[in-house]
Design a protein around this ligand. Sequence first.
Ligand SMILES: NC(=O)C1=CN([C@@H]2O[C@H](COP(=O)(O)OP(=O)(O)OC[C@H]3O[C@@H](n4cnc5c(N)ncnc54)[C@H](OP(=O)(O)O)[C@@H]3O)[C@@H](O)[C@H]2O)C=CC1
Ligand SMILES: Nc1nc(=O)c2c([nH]1)NC[C@@H]1CN(c3ccc(C(=O)N[C@@H](CCC(=O)O)C(=O)O)cc3)C=[N+]21
Length: 368
Amino acid sequence: MASMMLSDCASSTATTAARILPFTGRPRTQLGLIKFHKFLDRVNFRLSIPKLPNFTVQSIQACTADTTGITSNETSVKVIDGKAVAKKIREEITAEVSQMRDAIGVVPGLAVILVGDRKDSATYVRNKKKACEDVGIASYEVRLPEESTEQEVLKFISDFNDDPLVHGILVQLPLPSHMNEQNILNAVSIEKDVDGFHPLNIGRLAMRGRDPMFVPCTPKGCIELLHRYGIGIKGKRAVVIGRSNIVGMPAALLLQREDATVSIVHSRTINPEEITRQADIIISAVGQPNMVRGSWIKPGAVIIDVGINPVEDATSPRGYRLVGDVCYEEACKVASAITPVPGGVGPMTIAMLLSNTLTSAKRAHNFG
Ligand SMILES: NC(=O)C1=CN([C@@H]2O[C@H](COP(=O)(O)OP(=O)(O)OC[C@H]3O[C@@H](n4cnc5c(N)ncnc54)[C@H](OP(=O)(O)O)[C@@H]3O)[C@@H](O)[C@H]2O)C=CC1
Ligand SMILES: Nc1nc(=O)c2c([nH]1)NC[C@@H]1CN(c3ccc(C(=O)N[C@@H](CCC(=O)O)C(=O)O)cc3)C=[N+]21
């Protein structure tokens, strides 16, 4: 296994570099089965999560500084500030939550189920819980050990489905490999499916004239960014790179609903560069640092970079930093607008989760 530094795409001349991936080996800590939400108000339950995740290192292709042939527009690129937009949305949600509480004495509730002890998942769940607290949404959290059974997870889902205090249920992905993800996602009531991953919600998203109860948070956040920055979608050529159930596929469906003409690039696509270069709007959700180079981008295109890739960085206090799928420095020379990583789509995903939970509570109580 290689163990080298990943360099910035603007400065590296190396052909391979190190990529840091979440540790997927056997967990070191085993936690008992805890039905946490019943005790939430009384028990201050904390896990000790080390700051640094465990990593494995993989070889990847690095970017180089070679931008020959790229039309430069470095002075005019707009950085799409997802962090700032997400903050504004959270403020809007805070106001609505307090209105609802004052008017009918109800606060929205989000239940999060985390199975196993992946450090990245634990961090995401902690961030979601903190975001709920900040806007006044009640959060109920269940942490189950890696070796829990599917039946145990299904039982918690069933209890949350029946719990009137819970308006949204999120099962953190990925699940341990011995569990059937489909069975688990199917079990979430579509009225509480704030992730929008239930097949009925996805199916409705795909159909003309039908509306899902919820739209998946990350793709919804991407579209929300385009809207709030006044970037038109109708009639535009859009390319989505990646076709996962949670990001790429629903992002393509949403763009199509917004009247874009959509192409999807995946791992079997022949000549992805040529297809991507036709796009006015690129949404990349691949998980490969620096895959989308300056030469893949049509001058003036808008880039939404969903990728969150930890790469080694000895100069960072954490020993790593996050980069997207797009070679940011090269893209800035060609694109008209781009989301940074971090601070782009990530904070929007959490804001959309809060928004979906609020919508669910309003619907359940016929409020607003
Ligand atoms: N910002 C946010 O809020 C979020 C960020 N993410 C990040 O987004 C990225 C993608 O996540 P996710 O969709 O869950 O990942 P998946 O691994 O589930 O899917 C990756 C997709 O990328 C495609 N792909 C892989 N390699 C290539 C390649 N070389 N060329 C073209 N396509 C390729 C795969 O194709 P195929 O289908 O053929 O295998 C697949 O469709 C990750 O970095 C993840 O961390 C994810 C969720 C939320
Ligand atoms: N059921 C389920 N729903 C999800 O929505 C879901 C999931 N499972 N599994 C994992 C992915 C990943 N995901 C992210 C959310 C926020 C950030 C985020 O806020 N990122 C910050 C950086 C955070 C940091 O610095 O570590 C940013 O981009 O600025 C990233 C990634 C949601 N996911």
